[in-house]
Design a protein around this ligand. Structure first.
Ligand code: SF4
Length: 387
C-alpha cells in the first residue's frame, strides 16, 4: 500500500495584499517566508494601470464605438465608457479592455482536494489565485466579497505570469489553480500564465461555472490540465432565477471539455428546497452518463446559509445521501459527498472490486492505494491524472 499522509492545512499560505507588506506568509514551520519584492513585475513602474489593463482577446467592434464581448454567453454589447455585466471589462473609446490581467486579490496554497479535484494528483497543492468579478449573480455565493465587486473596490497586487509560475515552482507545487471568483472573466491572464506554466512543467486547473463561449474555452483547453465545473442545477429556471445565467451553455461546455481530453469533475451544491428535487438530480445524473460517461466524478456538496440565501437551513445529510444513491443508480462510478465531516463517501473506492483506494479526512489524504493509475488490489485502471 502506498501511504501518503499529509497535513496540508498546516502549509496554508496567506497573501497580505497591502503593497507595503507584499509577501507570502507560510505557517507550519515556514513562518515569514517572504516573496521578494523583485518577484513583482516592475516593467510598468510609474504607470501602474498598464500592468493590469490589457486589450481583451474576445470581442468585436460595432458601429458608434460600441463593442460586443465574445467571451461568455452573455455577449454584452457595451458602449464607450461602460463595462460589461461582469464589471471587469470596459469599453475605452471603442477598444475593449480587461481591467484584471494579473490583478490578484487572493493567493493561497491550497490542497487540491479543496477545489475539489479528487482524481487529479491527490495529496498535492495548488497555488490558487483570483481577481474581482463574475458573470453570474449566485444568491448563495461563498466568495461574493470578491466576485460581486468592482476591481477598484478591493485591494490587490499585480503578479505577472512569469512571477506566478516562478512562485509556484519555488513552493514546489505542481499546479496553479484559477479559482474563487469566476476565472472566465480573467481569461487573458490564464491563457498567458498556463501556457508558460505548461512549458515549465507546471499544471494549470480552473474552477469554473462553465459559462463561456466555445472559442475561448477551446483555447483554454490547450493549456489546462483539469477543469472543475460548478454545476448549479438541472433546471433552466434555477439558472435564470438564482444565478442570472442559463444552463444549456454550461452543458455544452462540459461536453467540449470532455471532447478535448481535459480532466473534468463536476460539483453540484445541493440547496434545500431550491435544487434538491430527486427528479432533477436524476436528470442530471442521466445526462452525465449519456453525455460525459460513467467515469466523470460528481460531487454533491452541502450548502451552508450565506449571502442572499441565509434564510435557508444547511443541507440535511440525508438529502446528500439520496443524491449519492441516485447518481450511483444512474451508473456514475465515482460519486462523492462534500462539506460533511467524517463522511465515508468522500473516499474513493475502486469501481471494479470496491477496494478503498483513497481515504480522505477533510482536505488530507490518509491513505492512497492507487499504484501507477491502477487499483492496488485488482489492477483495474482508475480514471484520473495520478502522476
Ligand atoms: S465576459 Fe463579462 S463582458 Fe463579456 S459577455 Fe460575459 S459578462 Fe459580458
Amino acid at each position: 500500500m502506498n501511504l501518503n499522509r499529509l497535513q496540508r492545512q498546516e502549509n496554508s499560505v496567506g497573501f497580505d495584499r497591502s503593497r507595503r507588506n507584499f509577501c507570502l506568509k507560510m505557517a507550519g514551520g515556514l513562518a515569514g517566508a517572504m516573496l521578494a519584492p523583485t518577484f513583482v513585475c516592475r516593467s510598468f513602474a510609474g504607470k501602474p494601470e498598464l500592468q493590469y489593463i490589457r486589450e481583451a482577446r474576445y470581442y468585436r467592434k460595432l458601429d458608434g464605438k460600441k463593442i460586443q464581448c465574445l467571451l461568455c454567453p452573455k455577449s454584452c454589447v457595451v458602449s464607450p465608457g461602460e463595462r460589461g455585466f461582469c464589471g471587469v471589462r470596459e469599453n475605452r473609446d471603442g477598444v475593449y479592455q480587461t481591467l484584471v490581467y494579473g490583478r490578484l486579490c487572493s493567493i493561497n496554497l491550497d490542497p487540491i482536494e479543496k477545489k475539489p479535484l479528487f482524481h487529479f494528483l491527490p495529496g498535492t497543492t495548488a497555488v490558487s489565485v483570483a481577481t474581482a468579478g463574475c458573470n453570474f449573480r449566485c444568491k448563495f455565493c461563498q466568495n461574493w466579497n470578491i466576485s460581486q465587486v468592482k476591481p477598484e473596490d478591493i485591494s490587490f497586487d499585480y503578479l505577472s505570469p512569469e512571477a506566478l509560475v516562478g512562485l509556484t515552482k519555488s513552493r514546489q507545487s505542481p499546479s496553479i489553480a484559477f479559482t474563487y471568483n469566476e476565472p472566465t472573466v480573467f481569461t487573458e491572464y490564464i491563457l498567458d500564465t498556463a501556457a508558460l506554466a505548461k512549458q515549465r512543467g507546471v499544471h494549470s486547473v480552473m474552477i469554473s461555472n462553465g459559462f463561456i463561449q466555445k472559442q475561448p474555452l477551446l483555447n483554454l483547453c490547450k493549456v489546462l490540465s483539469a477543469i472543475k465545473i460548478d454545476f448549479k442545477a438541472y433546471s433552466e429556471k434555477f439558472y435564470s432565477d438564482v444565478v442570472s445565467g442559463s444552463m444549456k451553455p454550461v452543458l455544452d461546455t462540459m461536453v467540449r471539455i470532455k471532447e478535448q481530453g481535459i480532466w473534468l469533475e463536476i460539483v453540484n451544491l445541493v440547496i434545500p428546497t431550491q435544487n434538491d428535487d430527486p427528479n432533477s438530480l436524476r436528470e442530471l445524473s442521466r445526462w452525465v452518463v449519456n453525455n460525459l460517461g460513467t467515469d466523470t466524478p460528481v460531487h454533491f456538496t452541502r450548502f451552508h446559509p450565506q449571502y442572499r440565501m441565509n434564510n435557508l437551513p444547511p443541507t440535511p445529510t440525508r438529502t446528500l445521501e439520496n443524491a449519492y444513491e441516485i447518481a450511483r443508480e444512474a451508473g456514475i462510478r465515482y460519486v462523492y459527498i462534500g462539506n460533511v465531516p467524517q463522511n465515508q463517501k468522500e473516499n474513493t473506492y475502486c469501481h471494479s472490486c470496491g477496494n478503498l483506494l483513497i481515504e480522505r479526512a477533510g482536505f488530507s489524504i490518509d491513505s492512497n492505494d492507487i499504484i501507477d493509475g491502477k487499483c492496488g488490489s485488482c489492477q483495474t485502471k482508475i480514471p484520473g491524472i495520478w502522476r
